[in-house]
Design a protein around this ligand. Structure first.
Ligand SMILES: [Mg+2]
Length: 234
């Protein structure tokens, strides 16, 4: 019996990566007059990768990585006003409305008041994530919220311990194999993978053929209630 269901936030409950993609396209446009730079996306991804250990995940780190990439690509020629435009693009990401994925509200509301505890386990900048959860309008529906800087086996073990959750009774729902599925299965719990339309380069892992034990893949979160019925009946 699943007693606790935890949902990932970005690209599971609400859209996130599409906003980064749009901003990245604006960033490439902004650099065009200094170019041509055919490899802006690759260079930005490389800068982000180098900066993760300094800035972590989120909008602030992404904005700083855009500025650093702009300085590198233009060999320092980027104008102050264009750096300001990059900062403004980062701020407008923060101000962007939080848009829930289709079916999310129905599914979560349908689980409220049921036999299971509901959690959010989301990774990233504390300020970003608290703000997104508050603006999502979903915050009151969850029994517990965990905002973490990395989702690995150690993180999941600590969260399960702290909430006295038996891994065998825990189910994680998320879009990232790397963050929401593999480490969860690694600690003996179960996971539902609901892929999003875009996967950030730093969340990609090599696909493994065949079905993994303890992992279910759904095309959309709307299919979750039927899966839960199936698991309860098994
Ligand atoms: Mg996610």
């Amino acid at each position: 019996m699943i007693e606790t269901i935890a949902f990932d936030g970005d690209d599971t409950l609400w859209h996130n990566e599409t906003l980064f993609s749009v901003t990245q396209a604006r960033f490439a446009d902004l650099l065009a007059p200094y170019g041509p730079f055919p490899d802006v996306p690759e260079r930005l991804v490389a800068t982000e990768g180098r900066n993760l250990s300094s800035f972590g995940y989120g909008i602030k780190g992404f904005t700083l990585s855009m500025i650093e990439t702009a300085i590198e690509l233009t060999d320092g020629r980027i104008a102050g006003r264009d750096i300001q435009a990059i900062i403004d693009a980062g701020k407008s990401m923060r101000d962007h409305p939080v848009e829930l994925l289709a079916g999310v509200r129905d599914v979560v509301e349908g689980l409220v008041g049921g036999p299971r505890r509901l959690m959010v386990i989301t990774k990233g900048d504390l300020f970003d994530q608290e703000s997104k959860l508050a603006r999502s309008g979903l915050a009151d529906l969850f029994d517990a919220v965990e905002i973490v800087s990395e989702k690995d086996e150690g993180t999941y073990r600590r969260i399960l311990d702290r909430h006295a959750i038996d891994p065998a009774a825990f189910l994680m729902v998320g879009n990232s194999l790397r963050s929401d599925v593999l480490p969860v299965v690694g600690v003996g719990a179960r996971a539902v993978h609901v892929p999003y339309e875009v996967t950030w380069a730093h969340e990609q892992v090599e696909p493994v053929d065949g079905r993994r034990p303890g992992v279910w893949e759904l095309a959309a979160i709307r299919e979750l209630p039927a899966l839960l019925d199936e698991l309860d009946a098994a």
